[in-house]
Design a protein. Structure first.
Length: 126
């Protein structure tokens, strides 16, 4: 692995940790989330994930990072899936994409790579 690749990976990991920390602080303080943003990430055909046991309640996109192609998901009232789990994202009844849960996971928040589609703050994760 060359130095440029290592720097990109490190930059992405630092950005994820910073976003999760900021979102956690905002949720704990009762602040609102940032305004709706969208992100897209090109990729191959989406593989339908096996049903994940997410429990009752609603998990929602809390933040979208377009620069690094990931989202932060708030699993406030749901069981959090393990890193590597593929889940679908919906806007109303329409499926708008898919994400893969990644590290860091700090209950009730988790980061996830955008596998396909366009995500917005407030979209439902199921």
């Amino acid at each position: 692995m060359n130095m440029r690749t290592i720097r990109q990976i490190r930059s992405s990991a630092v950005a994820r940790a910073a976003v999760v920390g900021c979102i956690t602080a905002a949720l704990v303080a009762g602040c609102s989330t940032p305004p709706a943003q969208t992100a897209t990430k090109p990729g191959g055909p989406y593989i339908e994930p096996a049903p994940a046991e997410l429990g009752a309640g609603t998990a929602r996109i809390a933040s979208v990072n377009t620069e690094h192609g990931f989202v932060v998901v708030d699993f406030a009232s749901r069981t959090m899936p393990e890193a590597g789990t593929l889940v679908n994202v919906y806007r109303g009844d329409k499926r708008v994409g898919g994400i893969r849960i990644t590290e860091p996971v700090h209950a009730p928040l988790a980061t996830a790579d955008i596998v396909e589609g366009e995500m917005r703050v407030g979209d439902e994760v199921r």
